[in-house]
Design a binder for this molecule. Structure first.
Ligand code: NAD
Ligand code: DAU
Length: 356
């Protein structure tokens, strides 16, 4: 497939910025249009290194604005959409579910309907087009500690308002294929980590807190398990699937890399302390067990063999290596961290964590 103009939504966020960077650098012949509303999680500083490239355009817009989405698709003659824009933090969804339904469900629907109207107006219609929706493993619910994995056939059983909204958006995407014949793809990925992640999520929050010797709020007993993938490996998977994935298919993306939260916290403390030249064990007492997250899913673990077998993708980094790279990045980029934890960001962030 030789796409010429691609919209990437949510390109100023964590994963989106890595996807935009990869596409802008790897495909100079494409026009990459980053559509982002710049919520608290969107930050154009994530894309400083590519913002002047001739094949890149940034458009500040809300994906829920159907007219704006349709006009942009018509103006840029868009033939591919990689949809990442979303509200992405589970804790926020527990406090403010409406925003999650609006962006994740209605925003996805608005993009789908705009793409439908635009593509159906063309003589070639859906030929050579692709609507690729980025989703999460959280739609599958929670696993027991029994070695089972989420496959592409696992039934949806979301528990949080975030995962319920993502599940709903996945259903709409599949419905646009089944009802209108839109060439769609959905992928469900496990927890990402790496540079440019907003410090409300476990890994960047804890790296920053360890650096500043602030408490590390571990939910419950820290026994919950997540399957971690380095963000650039996710971006590579998205590139491969966008170009070679089969229409109407679902692919699970994950690193076969399960970790208990408490073990990650200990690894982060050891890594930060070593890199800052602090004595071993100096910050172990920062660990603070706090009230558990409501409806906290016990375990996520992805079976990504379909993607590995059919499209030849595999994760490139061992977790310890990825964590070392990630910790170094946050320690070397304190300006980035200070920027996103100050001012308006800081007010929202403080409200979120008040009382923990
Ligand atoms: P993020 O919160 O870092 O970034 C989201 C981006 O979307 C931000 O730039 C924000 O400004 C933008 N956005 C939000 N609402 C918008 C709207 N109404 N219109 C336009 N732009 C809007 O999120 P992330 O962690 O990079 O996740 C990106 C996508 O990947 C999401 O769809 C998420 O569900 C999915 N995902 C994330 C993970 C993970 O571990 N972070 C894992 C699997 C799947
Ligand atoms: O599985 C994919 C999902 O991973 C994505 O769809 C979400 O967008 C992304 O936010 C992430 O969700 P999690 O809820 O798993 O990520 P988070 O970093 O918020 O939390 C990871 C684990 O750490 C989880 O079990 C909760 C726990 N935690 C988190 C925070 C922020 C703590 O114990 N303390 C904390 O302060």
């Amino acid at each position: 497939m030789n796409h010429k103009a691609i919209i990437i939504t949510g390109g100023a966020g964590f994963i989106g910025s890595h996807v935009v960077r990869l596409f802008v650098n790897k495909y100079p012949e494409y026009k990459v249009i980053n559509v982002d509303k710049l919520t608290y999680a969107g930050n154009l500083a994530n894309l400083k290194d590519i913002e002047e490239k001739p094949n890149y355009r940034f458009v500040k817009a809300d994906i829920c604005d159907f007219d704006a989405m349709l006009s942009l698709m018509q103006e840029e003659k868009v033939d591919g959409i990689i949809h990442l824009a979303a509200e992405s933090h589970v804790d926020r969804s527990i406090k403010d579910p409406f925003t999650f339904a609006r962006t994740n469900v209605m925003g996805t629907l608005s993009l789908l309907q705009a793409a439908k109207l635009y593509w159906e107006s063309l003589p070639e219609k859906y030929e050579g087009k692709r609507f690729y929706h980025i989703s999460t493993d959280e739609v599958y619910g929670a696993l027991k500690m029994d070695g089972s994995l989420f496959t592409e056939e696992t039934k949806y059983q979301p528990h949080s308002p975030y995962s319920a909204a993502k599940a709903s958006s996945d259903h709409f995407v599949r419905a646009y294929h089944d009802t209108y014949g839109m060439p769609t793809i959905v992928t469900n990925c496990s927890n990402n980590y790496g540079p440019y992640q907003f410090p409300e999520k476990l890994i960047p929050l804890f790296i920053n807190n360890i650096r500043h010797r602030k408490p590390l709020p571990v939910y419950g007993k820290g026994e919950n398990v997540r399957d971690w993938l380095y963000v650039e490996d996710h971006a590579r998977a998205i590139d491969i699937i966008f170009h070679k994935g089969k229409t109407a298919e679902t692919y699970n993306i994950g690193g076969f890399n399960e970790w208990k939260n408490i073990d990650i916290v200990k690894l982060l403390i050891a890594t930060v302390d070593r890199l800052l030249g602090r004595p071993e064990g100096a910050d172990d007492d920062l660990i603070t067990y706090v009230t558990d997250r409501a409806g906290h899913d016990l375990r996520y673990a992805i079976d990504s063999r379909k993607l590995q077998k059919e499209l030849g993708w595999e994760p490139s980094l061992q977790f310890e290596e990825g964590i070392e790279k990630t910790v170094r990045w946050y320690l070397d980029n304190q300006d980035w961290m200070d920027n996103v934890t100050s001012g308006d960001y800081q007010r929202y962030y403080d409200d979120m964590y008040k009382g923990r």
